[in-house]
Design a protein around this ligand. Structure first.
Ligand SMILES: NC(=O)c1ccc[n+]([C@@H]2O[C@H](COP(=O)([O-])OP(=O)(O)OC[C@H]3O[C@@H](n4cnc5c(N)ncnc54)[C@H](OP(=O)(O)O)[C@@H]3O)[C@@H](O)[C@H]2O)c1
Length: 303
């Protein structure tokens, strides 16, 4: 496992995503956490909305029974998504964090992300909320999710605490953040710079890119691993998995790590076999030609 600096933390480049844990029972939860930690993964990604709060509750129940484990992990959660709207108001952020801490049975979050951009955001209000949470020791580090560079810039220009992370969707088959960079000054669709050079901005600012849904097609349409719609990609993954003596999932994560930016990949798997096989991806460095071949195998075209 490799580790990177996030604030004053040394976090594993693979994070364990908590969105799909809702159906675990206590024994499964315990096995899962032990497996994750034994792979060297020390970072857990929650959100107040996962399972309607139940995912944090389950995890918190485990922490309540095993308080000594808390020191071995960094816990992140997110807030700002409500029923039919987004809310970055002072009152909502403060209230949401209180709820998160109660459900998780912990006195602090190592990281808090604002989950999805709120068009009605008042950055000064966010600043007040961040300062209070930080000064009270309830949140140690801050970041955002699903924001483009201009949104991050606006927020950062008004906040005292540094914005250190942007969590964004990316995978070999979901590459809008990368495509526009290959198609500069062209008339084709990939040349449309929808995301305003967000990856380049994160690199320039030395921020962490946290990648969500590293295996999903589209918006939760299932994994591309083994999918008939991605035969060529699966053949290339198979070939490289043989070369690097690992499973295909590890190559899919290695593809994300090869992009030259501080990256954390948030795994969504709840299967201990998949956690173990995937964790190997953190230690594989793909060759340049292999990275491009995977990109093309997913159906992407270079100019
Ligand atoms: N910021 C945001 O807006 C946002 C949005 C969505 C998600 N997230 C975060 O990102 C995390 C990951 O998202 P995700 O769950 O969609 O990610 P994912 O890792 O792309 O998908 C996980 C799913 O793929 C399955 N899978 C199939 N084959 C697999 C293999 N060989 N290895 C591993 N998994 C395999 C898993 O099944 P098994 O469980 O059987 O392994 C699981 O159902 C979430 O848990 C959450 O923390 C953030």
């Amino acid at each position: 496992m490799k580790y990177i600096t996030y604030g004053n933390m040394n976090v594993s480049v693979i994070a364990a995503g908590m969105m799909r844990i809702a159906r675990m029972n206590e024994t499964e939860m315990e096995q899962y956490i032990r497996e994750v930690l034994s792979c060297g993964i020390n970072f857990f990604d929650h959100a107040d909305i996962y399972g309607g709060g139940h995912c944090e509750e389950l995890f918190g129940n485990y922490l309540k029974e095993n308080p000594q484990i808390r020191d071995q992990m960094y816990i992140q959660s997110k807030c700002g998504i409500r029923n039919g709207f987004f809310d970055f108001s002072y009152d909502h952020i403060i209230g949401a964090v209180e709820g998160i801490l109660t459900r998780l049975h912990t006195d602090h979050l190592d990281s808090l992300l604002l989950h999805r951009p709120d068009a009605l955001m008042e950055p000064e209000e966010v600043n007040r909320a961040f300062n209070r949470l930080y000064n009270e020791g309830k949140v140690l580090n801050f970041g955002v999710s699903n924001m483009n560079r201009y949104q991050v810039d606006l927020l950062q220009s008004k906040t005292d605490r540094p914005i250190l992370v942007d969590q964004l969707q990316m995978s070999i088959v979901h590459t809008p953040l990368i495509d526009a960079g290959f198609n500069v000054n062209m008339h084709n669709d990939p040349s449309v710079m929808r995301d305003a050079g967000t990856l380049e901005y994160l690199r320039e600012k030395d921020m962490i890119l946290q990648v969500w849904s590293p295996l999903q097609i589209g918006y939760f349409e299932g994994s591309f691993l083994g999918s008939d719609n991605y035969k060529e990609l699966n053949e290339t993954l198979e070939e490289l998995a043989e070369k690097y003596s690992c499973e295909k999932d590890a190559i899919a994560y290695a593809w994300l790590f090869r992009y030259p930016i501080k990256t954390q990949v948030v795994l969504g798997s709840t299967g201990t076999d998949h956690i173990r096989s995937g964790a190997k991806g953190a230690d594989i460095v793909l060759e340049r030609e292999e990275w491009y071949r995977l990109y093309r195998s997913a159906g992407n075209r270079l100019p």
